[in-house]
Design a protein around this ligand. Structure first.
Ligand code: 6PG
Length: 235
């Protein structure tokens, strides 16, 4: 884990979101000046949802921005639990972005393995056979169980080092999830955690502790470059 990345404390989730929105816009504009594509891996969850919605009010080069999902639930895209539906509702329906730039997970409820393999191939094709996905920015949340993306404690995806994107059986949900693997997250040039709420305090303390047990605290697998954290989540 990148110990050098410092925690940036925020008084409230709103001030965290304000800062994250500006940082994301600056990152996008910086990359868009240098490249013809800006490749972003999105997080699910409630913390980034407001951020996605407010990005629609910014003047961004959506024709250059390629959106991928860092994780997804094994439900159709029109299901209320779908991370795609969340992003579509608050962001995609309010911006002009080429359909080819929106790389949603090809969910196959009955065959999540095939869907994960298909999505990984789409990523590999997009990144032209690179050894790892070259995200310009990966956004991540963290659960109160120290999971990130859909790398949940004591699940097989934690050890999937030879893959970029996998299906992951999560016992506590009695369901499959889809997730980037830790190496496919860590290959990003910027990796930002967005962590808000007192409910995350225990998990964050464990993740930052010397007690290195990534099987129990999967966020320890990640080498973040920035931590956006509300004060009440900091022990
Ligand atoms: C998901 C997310 C998940 C999320 C954390 C934190 O699909 O739910 O990818 O990893 O980031 O659970 O969620 P909150 O931001 O809602 O606390």
């Amino acid at each position: 884990m990148n110990a050098s990345a410092s925690i940036e404390p925020f008084e409230s989730v709103t001030s965290l979101q304000d800062a994250a929105i500006d940082a994301i816009c600056n990152r996008i504009l910086e990359c868009a000046q240098q490249k013809d594509q800006v490749n972003i891996s999105l997080s699910g969850g409630s913390t980034p949802k407001v951020i996605y919605g407010r990005l629609t009010q910014r003047d961004l080069p959506w024709d250059k921005i390629h959106l991928f999902w860092g994780d997804e639930r094994n439900v159709p895209h029109d299901h209320d639990d779908s991370n795609f539906k969340m992003v579509k509702t608050v962001m995609l329906d309010h911006i002009e972005i080429p359909a080819a730039n929106v790389h949603s997970v090809p969910v196959n409820v009955d065959d999540p393995k095939a869907a994960a393999e298909q999505y990984e191939q789409e990523m590999r094709d997009h990144f032209c056979g690179q050894e790892n996905p070259q995200w310009d920015l990966t956004l991540l949340g963290m659960g109160d169980d120290a999971h990130t993306a859909s790398l949940f404690p004591e699940t097989t995806a934690i050890d999937a080092s030879d893959r970029w994107f996998v299906e992951n059986w999560v016992e506590k949900f009695d369901a499959f999830r889809y997730t980037l693997t830790a190496p496919a997250i860590n290959s990003a040039s910027e990796i930002w955690f967005l962590i808000a709420g007192a409910g995350k305090k225990g998990a964050l303390a464990k993740v930052l502790s010397e007690d290195r047990q990534p099987a129990l605290y999967p966020s320890q697998l990640i080498q973040p470059t920035r931590w956006f954290v509300t004060q009440d989540a900091i022990a």
